[in-house]
Ligand binder design. Structure first.
Ligand code: PLP
Length: 346
C-alpha cells in the first residue's frame, strides 16, 4: 500500500485549486466604492473576524457583467457598494441570494424600502445625491461664467470641458441617465445627452473619475455624486459643488451576496458587518461622505445635507429592472456614443 505524505497531499490540493482558478481566500468581494474605502473595509473586516478577504475595486456595471459571466460557477461571493439600481437589476436576473442581515432592523426607512424592493436580495448601505462640481480656477482662467443647472452644461462655452462616465460601466452615470429621464422625460433626456456629448471629450469608466479630474485641473466640470466631490474638496481641490437647479437624483449604495456563493457563511458575516455601525464607520474613516443607512451609525461630519437638495422621487423599481437597463444602454450607445462619435476611455 502506498501512503501520500501530508506535504504531497498539500501540494495536490494547491495544484487543484490553482488549476480551478480558486483562491485560498475565505471570501471574494468585488467592491464598488472608492478604492480607499475598499481597503479600509477589507482591513476592518479581517480584524473583526480573522477571515482573509480578497477584495477588488470595479465600477458597478463591470461588477454586474462579471457576476453574470460567472452565473454557473461563481468565484465572487459578495458585491459590496455601487449603485442600488444595478443590484436590483442583478436581483431581477436571479443572480443574488436572499439574506436578511443582522442590524437590518436599525436600517433607516429608505434602506428598509430598498431591501423590500429587492425581494430580500440587496441591502442599502448608504445614500448620496448626484450633481456636478467645477474647478473654479479653470473656469476663472478662461473667463467663463459658471454653471448652476443641468441645462447650462450643454452650452458651447463648455466645449471639451465636461466629463461624465459611461453608464454601461458606471453606476454613477447610469444614475445620471435615470435622473435625466425622470426630470425631462425619455425623449428630451436623450436629446439633452446628445447635446451634452458635444462638450464631453471622453466618457470615463469609473463614476468618480470626472470629479477627480476636475479636482486635479484636468477638466473644468465633472458630473459625479456630490459626496465624491466633497471628498475632493476637503482634500484641498478648488471645486465648487453644484446641486443642479432643476433637481437631481440619488443613489442607494447596496451590498448583496452572489447566488451560489461558495463561501456563504463568510458572506453572511461580511453583509452583517457592512450593515453594522462599526462597518459603516469605515466610510468616514477613509474620508468618504455618503449617508450611512444604519440609524446608529455616525454621519460623516461633511456629509451633504440631502434634505436641502431638490430631489426627484427616484423610481428604483423602474430603473432597477433588467429590461430598462438593456433598453437605455442600447439607446445611449446608439444616440449618444455612436451618434456623436464620442470616444470611450478610462
Ligand atoms: N464612488 C462612490 C463614492 C460611490 O458612492 C459610488 C456609487 O455607489 C461609486 C463610486 C460608483 O462607482 P461607479 O460609478 O464607477 O460604478
Amino acid at each position: 500500500m502506498r501512503f501520500v505524505t501530508p506535504l504531497a497531499a498539500g501540494a495536490a490540493i494547491w495544484l487543484c485549486a490553482a488549476l480551478n482558478g480558486a483562491s485560498a481566500q475565505d471570501l471574494n468581494v468585488l467592491c464598488g466604492v472608492d478604492e480607499d474605502w475598499c481597503s479600509t473595509m477589507e482591513t476592518a473586516f479581517e480584524a473583526e473576524t480573522g477571515l482573509e478577504v480578497a477584495m477588488e475595486r470595479r465600477s458597478t456595471g463591470e461588477i454586474l457583467d462579471q457576476i453574470r459571466s460567472e452565473r454557473d460557477n461563481p468565484h465572487i461571493d459578495v458585491w459590496w457598494g455601487g449603485t442600488g439600481d444595478t443590484h436590483l437589476q442583478a436581483a431581477g436576473e436571479d443572480l443574488l441570494e436572499t439574506y436578511t442581515p443582522a442590524h437590518g432592523g436599525d436600517a433607516l426607512p429608505w434602506a428598509q424600502n430598498f431591501f423590500q424592493m429587492s425581494g430580500g436580495k440587496a441591502s442599502g448601505v448608504y445614500a448620496g445625491a448626484l450633481g456636478f462640481a467645477y474647478n473654479a480656477d479653470i473656469l476663472d482662467a478662461r473667463d467663463i461664467s459658471t454653471p448652476s443647472c443641468w441645462k447650462d452644461l450643454t452650452d458651447p462655452r463648455y466645449r471639451g470641458l465636461v466629463l461624465m462616465a459611461n453608464p454601461k460601466s458606471s453606476g454613477t452615470a447610469f444614475t445620471v441617465l435615470a435622473t435625466l429621464i425622470q426630470l425631462l422625460g425619455e425623449e428630451e433626456a436623450f436629446a439633452y445627452l446628445a447635446a451634452l456629448a458635444h462638450n464631453i471629450p471622453e466618457f470615463t469608466t469609473s463614476g468618480a473619475a470626472p470629479v477627480k479630474a476636475a479636482a486635479r485641473g484636468k477638466t473644468g466640470i465633472g458630473i459625479s455624486f456630490i459626496h465624491d466631490a466633497v471628498t475632493q474638496k476637503l482634500a484641498g481641490a478648488p471645486l465648487v459643488i453644484v446641486a443642479p437647479c432643476e433637481g437631481t437624483g440619488y443613489e442607494i449604495g447596496a451590498v448583496s451576496i452572489v447566488r451560489g456563493a461558495k463561501n456563504l457563511a463568510s458572506a453572511h458575516r461580511f453583509v452583517d458587518f457592512a450593515m453594522s455601525p462599526e462597518g459603516q464607520a469605515t466610510g468616514a474613516a477613509s474620508g468618504q461622505n455618503q449617508i450611512p443607512s444604519n440609524a446608529r451609525a455616525a454621519l460623516p461630519p461633511a456629509a451633504p445635507d440631502i434634505s436641502l437638495i431638490r430631489m426627484v422621487d427616484y423610481d428604483f423599481a423602474t430603473f432597477g429592472s433588467p429590461d430598462q437597463r438593456r433598453k437605455l444602454l442600447d439607446r445611449f450607445d446608439r444616440e449618444v456614443l455612436q451618434g456623436t462619435g464620442s470616444a470611450l476611455t478610462q
